[in-house]
Ligand binder design. Sequence first.
Ligand SMILES: Nc1nc2c(ncn2[C@@H]2O[C@H](COP(=O)(O)OP(=O)(O)O)[C@@H](O)[C@H]2O)c(=O)[nH]1
Ligand SMILES: [Mg+2]
Length: 322
Amino acid sequence: MDLRHAGINLEDIRSGKKTAIAGALNLLENRKPDESGLAAELIEALTRIARPRRHVIGITGPPGAGKSTLISRLIREYRSAGHGVGVMAVDPSSRRSGGALLGDRARIEHDPGDAGIFIRSMAAGRHLGGLAWRTRHCLTLLEAAYDRILLETTGVGQSETEIEQVADSVVYVVQPGSGDSLQFMKAGIMEIPHILVVNKADLKNPALKAFHELQGVAGLSGPREDGWAPALMRVSALEGWGQEQLVSALEAHYRFLSAGDLEKRRRGHRIQWTYLLFLERFGSNGAERLGGEERIFERLEGLDVGNPFKALNELAQDVART
Ligand SMILES: Nc1nc2c(ncn2[C@@H]2O[C@H](COP(=O)(O)OP(=O)(O)O)[C@@H](O)[C@H]2O)c(=O)[nH]1
Ligand SMILES: [Mg+2]
């Protein structure tokens, strides 16, 4: 079976036809990497037609910090600047109950009739373990159809480092009045976000306090290894102010990356992705047969990882030779 027979139309995907994108997403989400070559073929084709000026933006932070509300604001900013926007929201399966400061979960607001937006929610719980490569497959699809791609993940545990492995730029949304974020920052995650947003600045004092504390942490942690100076700002996603500043900071970071390490960073992401596919297919036994994680990454450094499935085949041959 080929893509056309599977009902996949690349032209329609590229031009943002929602039914075409939804169909391709279903194919990518439901197929395991070792099932037929169809998903591999689709990824290959999508990689070829990826938008050259695309920007993949990860938005993370604790539950209730206002990420979805902020994304609704970003969508409006990007749409009025003429960008197409693809959004993927990975929801943790268990909802933490609100409290006055948290409130209820907001939906991402958008005009469903707008052809320039696509929003997909994924429950993290349903896909335990497989989430990592599924996220990448779906992002690759959005990268073919839109030039601004937003990925919402909840910043608990592993997800900060995970988002670092898929996004060009990482935004951390701070929940004022919760010590959590600060603890995270102090624990060394400061290296991950390129932009720190204290949301709910309409709440005045708690937001100001969080802002000043973060300024302190940023001052202490010194310059980042990559030379980027993290941007720190206050916004109110609810009242709708500050998001222009966030967009400017994101554009500045994209220019910074484009002039430097963007391609290198994306290649690193694909190496990571190939490794995840490898683990899915061969498990930790397979990894041991090839001499362990570090050796596999060394091997991947030398391979063309433009299409992770092709690189995976190379590794599969290595395994067959052991
Ligand atoms: N006061 C205030 N509340 C906000 C703001 N942004 C979001 N909220 C509220 O915080 C709650 C959680 O927002 P949501 O966007 O779902 O947070 P997420 O879990 O990080 O995606 C909702 O009740 C929002 O209305 C803000 O800027 N100010
Ligand atoms: Mg949310």
